[in-house]
Design a protein around this ligand. Structure first.
Ligand code: SF4
Length: 301
């Protein structure tokens, strides 16, 4: 069976639109059967064990199955810019990034393209692609989608955005986000195991769960960290991010139309340490800036 058959009745994410993308229909994410990419380049702003000195070979896919009101990549996720490419071209891009000495292939917002990505990885691996493959997802995949990736992904980077479903609905327009997330992370962990690193400290296998703290959401963020640590303990790394910048439609939501209070971020880190979290990453102050958003001009596509 070709993995592309998964596009016939699309349930790649929990929107479960059930549209036939092979016949030109589109669902919520607006992706059809063609791949659209807005940037494929070395990226230096991920966790140190992902970017390293050489950079992460990051492929930014256009479209998205969420619709976050504060999305920093809204030009590609919700305004849909990017360039259509074939599966063969995607496989070449993977190999070109490896040629550029990338530490890994970093697939950003890949959920709606999983079947095409698997086909492209098959081709590229046959032609010598050996660096680790990272799946950098917003966490609204279906379990079947993650299961289909078994054997193709080395490192999973799922978001865990909210603990309370009402915030997932308000800010990302999704239902059942929280109810779904731990089963996904559990499946990811089953596939790749606990984090392992090469001699340079670059991650080669494992799961890093990311949480972007929103301004004024210390109470919800604590519950997120609690839930991750209570469920998975030291078997996953937790990355607590402070780079929230009020942009896109944030001005329509006054409660989040501001930057993060650094004291709240410090409190969250103290809280994580107090409950026993040892394996993780925090960000320096000053990472909240629009300048950290890469330009999407089809570089490397
Ligand atoms: S990937 Fe797109 S079309 Fe498929 S279920 Fe999700 S939103 Fe709908």
């Amino acid at each position: 069976m070709s993995y592309l058959d998964m596009l016939k009745n699309c349930e790649l994410c929990n929107r479960r639109c059930k549209v036939d993308r092979l016949n030109g229909s589109i669902g919520f994410c607006r992706a059809d059967d063609k791949i659209k990419v807005a940037r494929a380049a070395l990226h230096f702003w991920e966790e140190p064990c992902v970017s390293g000195q050489e950079g992460s070979g990051t492929v930014f896919f256009s479209h998205c199955n969420l619709s976050c009101v504060f999305c920093q990549n809204h030009e590609i996720s919700q305004e849909h810019i990017g360039k259509e490419i074939s599966i063969e071209r995607l496989s070449e891009i993977f190999l070109e990034l490896q040629e550029k000495n990338a530490n890994n292939i970093n697939l950003v917002t890949p959920t709606h393209y999983v079947p095409q990505i698997i086909e492209a990885l098959r081709i590229a691996k046959n032609k010598g692609l050996t660096i680790p493959i990272l799946y950098n997802t917003n966490g609204y995949d279906t379990l079947e989608t993650i299961k289909a990736l078994n054997g193709y992904i080395d490192v999973y980077l799922p978001d865990y955005k909210y603990f309370n479903e009402k915030y997932a609905l308000r800010y990302s327009t999704v239902k059942g986000y929280v109810e779904n997330i731990n089963s996904l992370i559990g499946e990811m962990l089953n596939q790749v195991g606990t984090p392992r690193f090469d001699e340079r400290g670059i991650i080669s296998k494992g799961v890093i769960v990311r949480h972007l703290m929103l301004p004024g959401f210390l109470f919800d963020s604590k519950k997120v960290i609690d839930d991750i640590y209570r469920t998975f303990g030291d078997s996953v790394y937790i990355s607590i991010m402070n780079q929230y910048t009020p942009m896109h439609k944030a001005s329509d939501y006054p409660e989040i139309n501001k930057t993060l209070n650094p004291k709240h971020y410090d409190s969250l880190i103290d809280y994580a340490l107090s409950i026993g979290v040892k394996n993780g990453f925090v960000q320096d102050s000053g990472t909240s800036s629009k300048s950290f958003v890469p330009s999407f001009k089809n570089e490397g596509v």
